[in-house]
Each structure stands twice: as C-alpha cells, then as structure tokens.
Design a binder for this molecule. Structure first.
Ligand code: IMP
Ligand code: MG
Length: 192
C-alpha cells in the first residue's frame, strides 16, 4: 500500500468499459430468475469465494430474496493469483465454510471462471461434505482460457481472453469497487 497518486478511475488504466452498471443490473435480474427456478423446494446454501465474488454475491442474494429464495450464506477464501495477472497454478484454502452442507443444494459463486483451477478445487473440496448437488455460478466466463475441465451452470457474461477489473474483480487488489467492468490497459498500470 503506497502513498502514491494512483487513482483507479483514471481512464488511462482502461482500454474500454466492457459492461456498464445498467447492463450488469439487467443481466443480473435474468440470472437470478434462472437460478431461483432451480432452487424451488431445496435447502439452498450459497458459498461465495472471496474476495472476488463479494459484489456479485451481494447483488445476487438480494435478487434471490425478491424471488422468495432465502439461502444459508457462507464464504471460502481461496488464493490462486497472488498479486499478478498470471495464475500461480496452485490453489490454497485460506478459510473454509462453517455451514453444514450435507444433502443441500450448494451454489458456488465466484467472480470469474478462468483456467478453472479455483472453482474445480472448491467443488472437489465441498463435495467431500456430501451436498446433494453443487452448481457453479460465475459473473464472468472466459472459456478460451480453460485448463481444468469445468463448466459454469450459471454465468452473466462470456468474455474473450482479456484481463478485466471492476464489480469485484481486481488487479493487484485494486479496482474491485468499480460498479462496471473494464478491460485494463496493462501497459499503463503502475509497477509494483
Ligand atoms: P481460475 O484461473 O479460474 O482459477 O481463476 C482464479 C481467479 O483469478 C479468479 O477468481 C479471479 O480472482 C482471478 N482472475 C482470472 N481472470 C481475471 C481477470 O480477468 N481479472 C481479474 N481477476 C481475474
Ligand atoms: Mg482476484
């Protein structure tokens, strides 16, 4: 954390805004409706992977409320990227869930499905606790980057192989609070 003048809203850090706030809101409404249909008559547990899922997760559970779905809520902290834009390839469990999930309908939520390592690790980990089903729900899907075989059951948008920030997604732990999604201009980002 430095005392520099880094301003995450500076346009020079972005190549383009990919999804505006309103577009995200509209798509989120559709996604919540889709998910709510599958949740009927189920004991639902929603597990968010921190930190990236926090904004998507929060908006999603509020929309599920409108559809009369009132899930148990829990979080895992997993780490895979460190501070760069290149995956380290290994996933570490830093914080586990505490909610019992045996026999429940689990929705595993993350910001983005990229190589698939993180969600694959999380799914394998949770499946040992014997839920009835685990669904994968992501805000963004980058299928061209997949290394591990895994598919999203629910996703808001599919994107090309771009490094994006905002709506929970970060670069070096910055830009998470942007209410829109932007493609970063890596050449203009400050050094470490
Ligand atoms: P995985 O490669 O599917 O395991 O994704 C691991 C994590 O990488 C995600 O949860 C994100 O936190 C991060 N990540 C992958 N692609 C991007 C991106 O374009 N922007 C910001 N974070 C990303
Ligand atoms: Mg991240």
């Amino acid at each position: 954390m430095s005392g520099d003048l880094f301003n995450p809203l500076d346009k020079k850090y972005f190549k383009q805004v990919l999804f505006e706030e309103l577009e995200i809101k509209k798509r989120m409404g559709e996604l919540a409706f889709e998910i709510s249909r599958d949740c009927e008559n189920k004991q639902v547990v929603i597990v968010g992977i921190l930190k990236g899922s926090f904004m998507f997760f929060s908006d999603l559970v509020k929309l599920l409320y409108i559809h009369d779905i009132h899930p148990y809520i829990d979080f895992m902290i997993l780490s895979s990227y460190g501070s760069s834009t290149v995956s380290s390839g290994t996933v570490q469990l830093i914080k586990d869930i505490t909610t019992p999930i045996e026999g429940t309908f689990v929705i595993l939520v993350d910001d983005i499905l990229d190589t698939g390592r993180t969600l694959s690790f999380a799914r394998t980990h949770l499946s040992k606790l014997k839920p009835e089903q685990i669904k994968i729900c992501v805000f963004l899907d980058k299928p061209s980057r997949r290394i591990v075989e895994i598919k999203a059951d629910y996703s808001c948008f599919t994107i090309e192989d771009w490094f994006v920030v905002g709506y929970g997604l970060d670069w070096n732990n910055r830009f998470r609070n942007l209410p829109y999604v932007a493609v970063v201009n890596e050449q203009n980002l400050p050094g470490p």
